[in-house]
Design a binder for this molecule. Structure first.
Ligand SMILES: Nc1ncnc2c1ncn2[C@@H]1O[C@H](COP(=O)(O)OP(=O)(O)OP(=O)(O)O)[C@@H](O)[C@H]1O
Ligand SMILES: [Mg+2]
Length: 371
């Protein structure tokens, strides 16, 4: 017996392509979402996020595979009979109705008694911190408040799962960041499972318990924000989430949970690897810029065991307030970026353009990825 709120088993969705053939919008996706979890589908435009959500909601039928809600296959159960509700990007509130009427509309359609509607509208507005705003019209609210009305409208049906499709997409950056935290707090308070669609990696990292990273209809990796950020298992994931340096290398030795990779020109690194690799295999070494540190050649500093060191020359230095970026090239011409945090107000540059520097990183900081 499964305890998942939502389960997708090998789900695919193909659409006929108007110009011939077909579009594979979702390709053999399997995933399980826990009860009470804040789960995000993250990926670039066209990767199949909305289609996945619409299949869970019942607006689209899978071409293959099965969707289960609380362990029951939902097959041909129509949307309005599923214990889910959707908040869309373009929150179509009825402009001529008050906030209270908008929120209570669904209950009114179901023929629920006026007194109960009034009470539930009040509760739903309280949840989204809009208590007392019942009689305003949508245009008398800010964008963020309007979006909260649409969340209240979805919550009033007491769904077990709330589906949110880029609900903050129309808001400006500052408001979006506020709403991200508000929605996360709300989700924790009401304890409903949220499935949240976004193409914004920072938004997904900020809000989610777990994230599924999608590209071209495929789920590439599922994990907590830190698993996805610290241990990307795929080059697309490492590139799409945060920033990564990629260095081409060949596996030269196999150790216990570590491998030695050879970048050519006599440069070898010891790094961790979860993949089962073979000697001679081509890999891409991914390292986040902030996991690297630099110092001038000749500066006395012991290299700890378990860390790697190499030299590079500084091409460009960019000060961005919180950090300074040093763009370097290695002796073989491969380029990398180092990000140094500016700890103190008087943080001085660690090198100048044209300087040769030593770069250091620990074994755990790099991933060996296979294509
Ligand atoms: N009804 C349809 N008919 C044909 N193709 C479709 C249909 N709906 C979606 N697609 C295609 O399926 C793919 C996935 O679309 P989907 O809307 O799920 O992407 P998305 O990840 O939500 O993108 P976005 O971030 O832009 O909203 C796209 O290539 C899209 O063009
Ligand atoms: Mg979409």
């Amino acid at each position: 017996m499964t305890n998942w709120a939502i389960e997708l088993r090998n789900v695919s969705k193909r659409f006929p392509n108007p110009s011939g053939g077909e579009v594979i919008a979702v390709n053999h996706v399997s995933l399980q979402i826990n009860d009470g979890e804040f789960f995000s589908l993250l990926g670039p435009s066209g990767c199949g996020k909305t289609t996945s959500l619409r299949m869970i909601a019942g607006f689209e039928m899978p071409s293959a595979g099965e969707i289960l809600i609380h362990g029951k296959s939902v097959g041909h159960i129509p949307p309005f009979k599923r214990p889910v509700n959707t908040v869309f990007q373009h929150y179509a509130l009825f402009p001529h109705m008050t906030v209270g009427q908008n929120v209570g509309f669904g209950l009114e359609m179901k023929g629920i008694a006026k007194a109960e509607i009034k009470q539930r509208v009040g509760e739903a507005l309280e949840m989204v911190r809009l208590a007392g705003m019942e009689s305003r019209k949508p245009k008398q609210l800010s964008g963020g408040q309007q979006q909260r009305v649409s969340v209240a409208r979805a919550l009033i049906n007491r769904p077990e799962v709330l589906l949110l499709d880029e609900p903050l997409g129309a808001l400006d950056l500052k408001l979006r960041k506020e709403m991200q935290l508000e929605l996360k707090t709300l989700q924790r308070e009401v304890g409903i499972t949220f499935i949240y669609v976004t193409h914004d990696q920072e938004e997904a990292l900020t809000m989610s318990d777990r994230i599924a990273v999608m590209n071209l209809g495929n789920v590439l990796q599922i994990g907590t924000p830190s698993e996805i950020y610290e241990h990307p298992e795929d080059k697309f994931v490492a590139d799409f989430i945060g920033e990564s340096n990629f260095l081409e290398a060949v596996v030269s030795e196999l150790g216990q949970g570590t491998v030695e990779v050879d970048l050519g020109n006599g440069l070898k690194f010891q790094i961790m690897s979860k993949h089962s690799l073979t000697r001679g295999q081509k890999v891409t070494v991914a390292i986040r810029p902030e996991k690297l540190s630099i110092r001038p050649v000749g500066a006395a500093m012991a290299v700890e065991s378990g860390s790697n060191q190499f030299s590079g020359r500084v091409d460009e230095i960019v000060y961005i307030g919180t950090d300074t970026h040093y763009d370097l090239h290695l002796p073989d011409g491969q380029r990398i970026r180092v990000r140094e945090q500016n700890h103190s107000p008087s943080s001085r540059l660690l090198a100048n353009v044209g300087d040769e520097v030593l770069v250091n990183f620990s074994q755990e900081a790099a991933q060996a990825l296979v294509d």
